[in-house]
Design a protein around this ligand. Structure first.
Ligand SMILES: [Cu+2]
Length: 167
């Protein structure tokens, strides 16, 4: 069978890119450990307090060790529950020192919400019955607004908070 020169070039190009892309996927999956999300952790949305992380006294910012923090949040229409401070007031702002490793754990009691700390790479969908987690290192100082980016009802725009990263 005779193959035209251009046909050969295209075949080599096609096969070459197929092999290249498979190699990239293989590298990402087996060497870098990038996998689709799995082992989703479930929670009863009617009884989130059965989970240690979402008991009222465990909400908000907790220091685990030097430079390591956990933030537990319960989203509901139309609020992010970050616990209460010493004076019994609702916490709306979290202050974390720069360079800290922070694990955000969030769930919702009612509908689907979003949890986006604008200006950082923290951006999760929060679904009833599931726990969303994301760990990140906050490298930049400043005030970052927490916003809900999944439309959840009439008071959607009222859902916000602040993460302040200080030197
Ligand atoms: Cu919302």
């Amino acid at each position: 069978m005779h193959l035209h020169k251009y046909e050969k070039i295209w075949l080599i190009f096609g096969l070459g890119s197929l092999i290249l892309f498979l190699a990239i996927i293989g590298f990402a999956a087996f060497y870098k450990g990038t996998h689709p999300q799995s082992h989703i952790e479930t929670i009863d949305p009617q009884n989130i307090e059965a989970n240690e992380n979402f008991k009222p006294e465990n909400l908000g910012l907790t220091k685990v060790e030097e430079g390591k923090y956990v933030v537990n949040i319960v989203a509901s229409a139309f609020n992010y529950d970050l616990g209460i401070d010493e004076k019994g007031k609702r916490v709306n702002k979290i202050r974390i020192p720069k360079g800290s490793k922070v694990l955000f754990q969030i769930t919702t009691k009612d509908v689907v919400h979003g949890f986006n700390v604008a200006g950082t790479n923290v951006n999760m969908m929060v679904e009833p019955g599931h726990i969303s987690r994301y760990e990140t290192t906050l490298k930049n100082t400043g005030e970052f607004t927490i916003v809900c980016n999944e439309y959840c009802g009439l008071g959607h725009h009222l859902m916000f908070g602040t993460v302040e990263v200080y030197e």
